[in-house]
Structure formats: C-alpha cells, structure tokens
Write a protein that binds this ligand. Structure first.
Ligand SMILES: NC(=O)c1ccc[n+]([C@@H]2O[C@H](COP(=O)([O-])OP(=O)(O)OC[C@H]3O[C@@H](n4cnc5c(N)ncnc54)[C@H](O)[C@@H]3O)[C@@H](O)[C@H]2O)c1
Length: 257
C-alpha cells in the first residue's frame, strides 16, 4: 500500500521523544525519510535506529534548536543527506516553565522564548529556501491550547504559544502563493515527559488538574500518537487547501469550556 508521505523528505525537531517521537515513527511508516533533530542524542539515535530496524528511513542530528549555529549546521547536514530536497518540516521541540508569575526571571523569559518561539524562526528560516526552490512544502508547528486558554503559573509558556499561533499564520500568508503551507497542531495535555511534568508541577501549586479534572476537561489524557497523526494530516497532500490553520487536538476541551 502506498504511504501518505512516500518519497518525501521530512525534518522533525524534538523528534527523539514524546509526541515528536511518535511523529517520527508515523512519518517514517508513511514512507518519509526522516531527519530527527533533537538535543537528546541517546534517545534520538535510538529512535532513528528503531525506525531503520523496522524498515523505515531515518537519521539523527543533534542540535539545540534555540541556537542559530546549531540549527544551521543540522539543517545543512539534513539537506545534504536529502540532496537539497525537503518536503515537510515539523517544528515540535519545546518546553515549559511552571512558576508563579512574580517568581519568574528575565532568564526564564529569554530561555523559554528561545526554545519555544525563536527555534521555529531559526528552523523555518533555515529550511524555507530549499522548499521555495522546489515550489512546494508544508510546515507544521506545535502550539498548544495554552495559546488561547490561560493557566495559572504558566504566563511565560502561554505567551510563547500565543506567538507560535501568530508565527504560523504570518508564514502561511507570506508564502502561500509560492506553494508553502504552514499550520499548527494545538494539543491538550499529552502523555509525554512534558505533559506529565506539567500536571505534577501544576498540582503542586494547587491548580485544578487532577485526573478527574482532566477527565472533565478533555475526557482523558491525549496519547502522543494522536498528535503525530494530526501533524501527519497537516503535513500531507490531503491538507492541500488547509493553510494558516490552528488544529486543536484536545478532544473538545476548548469548545466545552
Ligand atoms: N505534553 C503536553 O501536554 C503538551 C501539550 C501541548 C503542547 N505541547 C507541546 O509539545 C512540545 C513538547 O513535546 P512533548 O509533549 O512531546 O514533550 P517531550 O518533552 O516528551 O518531548 C520534547 C522533545 O523536544 C526536545 N527538545 C526540547 N527542547 C529542545 C531544544 N532546545 N532543542 C532540541 N530539542 C529539544 C526534547 O529533547 C524532546 O525530545 C512542546 O512544543 C510543547 O509546548 C505539549
């Protein structure tokens, strides 16, 4: 059976673990040759090896995607392996600070903006020229329900995700007529290291996110693959007329509140 990304070259940031890791597996199963860019070398190599052992094609490149020199080197190495052709980019890497607003520092602000927002700018800036040369390409960014729903003790995080929403829309508008689509996946709470740490730290600050609360908000916790499949759809030709969209993957949390 033909894969939905047969013959495609894909770059996935944060593709070593969590929902980005699930996307690496899914994209490869759908036929893509996947470049995993992540700061975690052991997990990244293990993911690429597992994909290869299962008959897929993937390789790992280590980079901190908040650092321009590391992004440029990793993207150049990926494009080299891909003979200059890149079909899709998934900007998934990101992280979280949970703290009362007045305890946050300027360093926290700069770091989180760099990892969650500047990383998308750097990765997209490095990859886009090759897509423009091809005249086609899709970019998917990981935003969050936190882009539109505030959570106490997450002012910095929510602010970064609001920026991811607008980055997505502005890229979509600027490059639409050159064949580029740019969309975002916006998950609720996912069963990943990030999501489980977030829940633990919010509970420690008495925010109402017990298992019962999560069941009320989004039915159950989201599995990493459910985000990976939403990203796959937005990346693929099946979403050819979907552009500048923010797709909530939250089992109705936002529409129910
Ligand atoms: N888990 C959730 O509940 C949830 C909900 C909404 C949005 N998100 C978003 O998903 C992304 C986090 O992914 P996850 O939940 O799959 O978590 P995760 O922590 O399991 O995975 C994140 C991956 O990104 C990598 N990464 C983090 N910072 C990096 C950096 N500076 N450079 C390179 N790689 C880096 C990590 O090494 C890891 O492999 C973030 O963008 C986050 O905002 C998560």
């Amino acid at each position: 059976m033909a894969g939905r990304l047969d013959g495609w070259n894909a770059i996935i940031s944060g593709g070593a673990a969590g929902a980005g890791g699930a996307a690496s597996d899914i994209y490869a199963r759908e036929g893509a040759h996947v470049a995993i860019i992540d700061r975690q070398a052991e997990a990244g190599r293990a993911r690429a090896d597992a994909i290869t052992a299962a008959g897929g094609r993937a390789f790992f490149l280590q980079a901190d995607v908040s650092q321009a020199d590391q992004v440029n080197a990793a993207v150049a190495a990926a494009l080299d392996r891909f003979d200059g052709r890149i079909d899709t980019l998934f900007n998934h890497a990101g992280t979280l600070i949970v703290k009362p607003f007045l305890e946050t520092t300027e360093e926290d602000w700069d770091w989180l903006m760099s990892v969650n927002v500047k990383s998308m700018y750097l990765m997209t800036r490095a990859v886009l020229p090759a897509m423009l040369k091809l005249g086609t390409g899709s970019i998917v960014n990981t935003s969050s329900i936190s882009a539109v729903a505030g959570t106490p003790n997450e002012v910095l995080y929510c602010t970064t995700k609001g920026a991811c929403h607008m980055f997505t829309r502005a890229i979509a508008i600027e490059y639409r007529d050159q064949g580029i689509r740019c969309n975002a996946v916006c998950p609720g709470f996912i069963r990943t290291d990030h999501g489980l740490r977030e829940l633990k730290e919010l509970r420690a600050l008495n925010v109402k996110v017990s298992e019962e609360d999560i069941a009320t908000l989004q039915g159950r916790i989201c599995e990493p693959e459910e985000v990976g499949y939403a990203a796959l759809f937005l990346a693929s030709r099946e979403a050819s007329f979907v552009n500048g969209e923010t797709l909530f993957v939250d089992n109705g949390m936002l529409v129910g509140t």
